[in-house]
Design a protein around this ligand. Structure first.
Ligand code: DPX
Ligand code: MG
Length: 559
């Protein structure tokens, strides 16, 4: 016999989840008991609900979807930042919240953890704004339908969903789950729209001489990485990647032309985008950051192919799945490799950094040189908001290496719990996180959960004594932070039974020793606190910061 909670557990397993993340609270305790009955679904605990949401967000990056279970209001509202992040980053995270007893609604009762008003709908209302489906379950009869609706919508749209379950309904008997196909069946392209989009795009390309492909971060959500490769190879043109999409097109591929980020592009991506006469933008997001303060955006002839829409030259085709469009166009189009020929002419390999003198003070350049040595094909790099973005973007990725960045939402603190969640979801990958001191202070305690689960994550904690990215955008006393003994924290988190390793590196030699110890350490995370100067930031950050500051400072336009 199924209950609302075991029904939910069954559905989460059926969509492929092996874990769900949780923080306990009296409104979800019975629900957590029911979820524990799903033997194929392990319950993984977090230190707080913001981290729980981010852990699920990281897990969804590794596994395609995720669930976080929290208590009402005090938990749910904390998780909302992460849910906003999952929306912005196109990740189907299911937020499940316990809720007050159904008998306490529409009565004179006031309930703890709430605003001390009789309105208990505010969390659902907020969730409606931050998810693509938000349901409140107050009847076991409706539960299967509501749960399926929320999960189905999240999976289809690659966005978060919200399921609120009253605490006295979680263990109520309900119908058993029907075939999972109704939840996971994929949206198909409209055949006529698809054909028309392909034919128009083909004609568009035939009228150009120098097309180039630009890959964006929505490509992975659309499940179309392979198809983008097919189109790239059919055209034979140069392929640039936006920063938020690093690793979504193989960097070792001969057509890879670098990361397009305006003035701070890598390789010669900017030259080749500017030289081209048509840019095929695939799953791209152009915002103030990715256009470097609106200074770099393909204009002129562009074709935009999004998850379910293609538009170009006054045409707009809806219900066209990106995968179908890319592989259909790949079959139809002819080779157009002028941008590749030109790219080969302008391309110059970046110089390899030579090792610093071992005892010299540690610099960012030496730090990145050594991190590069850890990047193998089974590695995932997680780059936190801060100069870690720009440092990470410069890393060379061998085939198979992945790169995770939260560039649209950009909420500092994301990476600690997201790395934890990712490591739970991808236990066979080597996970290397680059995290600034300021960001770490938001969510540091989640390292304790890595210790609890013995996850051999390697964290480079870059201690440059403050919010350096903000220093470059606009400086003031608010960019200085209280220093911590970051390496020493590991001992505190270990307490009596943990095996986390904390080390500090102030020179290249110390860093090399620490990395050697980290690689040999298998029964817990290693945090290497890397001390660098406050002004030792990437030149890319300085250029980017200036242009972003200029965009922020534009006066209001006259009405
Ligand atoms: C802020 C940012 O130390 O990295 O390399 O020193 O910049 P760097 P740190 O982690 O500092 C991060 C800091 C304060 N951004 O420079 S990027 C504003 C901000 C944000 N998210 C949230 N609050 C404030 N991005 C949640
Ligand atoms: Mg810092």
């Amino acid at each position: 016999m199924y209950t609302v909670g075991t029904y939910l557990a069954a559905r989460l397993s059926q969509i492929g989840l092996k874990h769900h993340f949780a923080v306990a609270g009296d409104f979800n305790l019975v629900l957590l008991d029911e979820l524990l009955k799903g033997k194929e679904l392990e319950q993984v605990y977090c230190c707080n609900e913001l981290n729980c949401g981010y852990a699920a967000e990281g897990y969804a990056r590794a596994c395609g979807a995720a669930a976080a279970v929290v208590t009402f209001s005090v938990g749910g509202l904390s998780a909302m930042n992460a849910i906003g992040g999952a929306y912005a980053e196109n990740l189907p995270v299911i937020l499940v919240s316990g809720a007050p007893n159904t008998n306490d609604r529409a009565t004179e009762h006031l309930i703890h953890h709430t605003l001390a008003t009789h309105d208990l709908s505010y969390q659902l209302e907020i969730a409606r704004r931050l998810t693509v489906a938000a349901v409140a379950i107050t009847s076991a009869i409706d539960a299967p339908h509501q749960i399926d609706h929320a999960i189905r919508t999240a999976l289809r749209e690659k966005k978060p969903a919200y399921i609120e379950i009253a605490c006295n309904i979680a263990a109520a008997p309900c119908a058993e789950p029907g075939p999972i196909s109704n939840v996971v069946a994929e949206e198909l392209s409209d055949p006529e729209s698809l054909d028309a989009a392909i034919a128009t795009a083909d004609e568009f390309l035939r009228g150009k001489r120098k097309p180039v492909l630009l890959i964006g971060s929505k490509l992975r959500a659309a499940g179309a990485e392979q198809q983008a490769l097919e189109l790239a190879e059919a055209l034979g043109c140069a392929v640039a990647v936006m920063a938020a999409a690093k690793s979504f097109f193989p960097e070792e591929h001969p057509q890879f032309a670098g990361i397009y980020l305006g003035e701070v592009s890598t390789h010669q991506a900017r030259e080749i985008i500017d030289w081209s006469d048509a840019v095929l933008c695939i799953g791209t997001i152009f915002n103030d950051y990715s256009t470097v303060g609106w200074s770099a955006m393909p204009t002129g002839s562009v074709l935009i192919a999004d998850s379910e829409r293609v538009y170009l030259d006054g045409h707009d085709f809806a219900r066209v799945c990106l995968r179908d469009f890319l592989s259909g166009l790949a079959r139809k189009t002819e080779k157009q490799d002028a941008t590749m020929v030109e790219y080969k002419r302008v391309h110059s390999e970046p110089l390899l950094e030579s090792p610093a003198t071992p005892d010299a003070k540690l610099t960012r350049t030496e730090l990145m040189r050594q991190i590069q040595g850890l990047v193998t094909s089974d590695c995932t790099i997680v780059a936190e908001t801060g100069d870690s973005w720009f440092n990470g973007l410069r890393l060379k990725l061998p085939a198979g290496a992945r790169f995770e960045i939260e560039m649209q939402w950009g909420s500092i603190g994301w990476s600690v719990p997201a790395t934890f969640g990712y490591a739970v979801g991808a236990p066979n990958r080597r996970i290397v996180a680059m995290i600034g001191d300021g960001s770490f202070q938001l969510t540091a305690q989640e390292v304790a959960q890595m210790i609890r689960r013995k996850l051999p994550v390697v964290i480079f904690l870059i201690n440059n004594h403050g919010y350096t990215i903000e220093v470059e955008i606009h400086d003031g006393p608010y960019n200085n932070i209280k220093n911590w003994d970051y390496a020493g924290l590991m001992q505190a988190f270990n307490a009596e039974d943990g095996h986390g390793l904390g080390m500090r590196a102030t020179s290249g030699a110390e860093l090399a020793d620490a990395i050697e110890a980290a690689v040999a350490h298998h029964d817990g995370p290693t945090l290497i606190e890397c001390i660098i100067d406050r002004d030792d930031c990437s030149p890319e950050l300085i250029s980017w910061g200036r242009l972003v500051a200029r965009a922020n400072a534009r006066p209001p336009s006259p009405q």
